[in-house]
Design a protein around this ligand. Sequence first.
Ligand SMILES: Nc1ncnc2c1ncn2[C@@H]1O[C@H](COP(=O)(O)OP(=O)(O)OP(=O)(O)O)[C@@H](O)[C@H]1O
Ligand SMILES: [Mg+2]
Length: 145
Amino acid sequence: MFKKILVPVDGSEGSWRALNSAVEIGEKFGSELEVVNVIQPYNNAALLAVPLDHATVSQGNSELEKIGDKVLEMAQERLANYAGKTQFHLEVGHPSERVVALSKKLEADAIVIGSRGLSGIAEFFLGSVSSKVAQYANVPVLIVK
Ligand SMILES: Nc1ncnc2c1ncn2[C@@H]1O[C@H](COP(=O)(O)OP(=O)(O)OP(=O)(O)O)[C@@H](O)[C@H]1O
Ligand SMILES: [Mg+2]
């Protein structure tokens, strides 16, 4: 049931807790762990509202890519002692959509995700990414509180 587990991480404590849970499950089932970070580049609507020159936009987007790479590097360090196979994915676009699409593409058996992320507004139980992933994924989603 848990041959391949997808773990979306944004660098938040909540996402590291999710990664820890995925490790615990993965060690029992011999799962492959697929870790993904999604970066959101400036989109066309934003660029129409705030006209920016091409250089500024591409500089901003390449900074985002560096942050994404860094988050995946942190995840890789945390998985250094994991016995099973691991893979790391940097995706570009809307976080929940990219996560759900990747889970289908990879044929993941489950998604393990944090309840909250970088925004960390404690008054809500779920962040928008975890709530949409739970809503739209077609595999079991474990939300780690
Ligand atoms: N950009 C992202 N890439 C990969 N995983 C993400 C990303 N953003 C969030 N996640 C995953 O979703 C979990 C919940 O984060 P979410 O973004 O839903 O909550 P939040 O940041 O507290 O609130 P919101 O973003 O809705 O204001 C995180 O712990 C992480 O596992
Ligand atoms: Mg968030």
